[in-house]
Write a protein of this length. Structure first.
Length: 84
């Protein structure tokens, strides 16, 4: 509680606003982490993972790079993208 109060004071916010913002941030980060994990293990495509994370495909690929996750893109994926 003390740390929350310190942060809220520093940012000029009341504690409830800060807590709401922190929860929203945490939920978004957790969703992103889950999407990265699903992609890393091959359970979803890049498109689907980006949708789950709530970001564009290009942002998702950027995030993967930042996290050191290799982009999985096969010849089949290219053919499907070219059809689209």
């Amino acid at each position: 509680m003390k740390k929350l109060r310190e942060i809220a004071d520093k940012e000029g916010k009341d504690r409830s606003t800060l807590i709401r913002e922190m929860l929203e941030y945490g939920v978004k980060e957790k969703g992103l982490a889950q999407a990265v994990d699903l992609y890393r293990t091959g359970q979803v495509t890049g498109w689907r993972a980006a949708q789950l994370a709530g970001v564009s495909l290009w942002n998702f690929y950027r995030i993967l790079g930042e996290k050191g996750v290799l982009i999985q893109y096969s010849e089949h994926d290219l053919e499907e993208d070219l059809k689209t």
